[in-house]
Design a protein. Sequence first.
Length: 137
Amino acid sequence: MTDKQLSSEHKQALAEGRAASRAVRGYLEALESHRPRRGRKRTPESIRRRLDAIERELAADVDPLARLHLIQERMDLGEEVAQLNDGVDLGSLEAEFVEVAASYSARKGISYTAWRELGVSADVLKRAGVGRRSNNA
């Protein structure tokens, strides 16, 4: 079937489905990148101190394998600094998610438990209308 054969209602439904998928994906990616990690929380200052230490170690005479690991750690920390500076607006992503989560769950057969296991809070699911015992749960 080509685009010329699709009704305007069908095209609208496809566009709404794509928008819902973008909202769900954006929220889940933001949750994943902001998930609390074990141990002491890093601050921009602690990252900067570690980067300075890595530069000192790289300037010293270290074996090639240690140099490789230090370079990779420096790259990873650089990405972490960039993420800290990005300032993702989790609130707006969450609001978009809340608007589409119930219909998305129903359409795709996603259960309450699956959302919870992925890290979506019970409060967010409640506001979205995704319940534990509904057909989409």
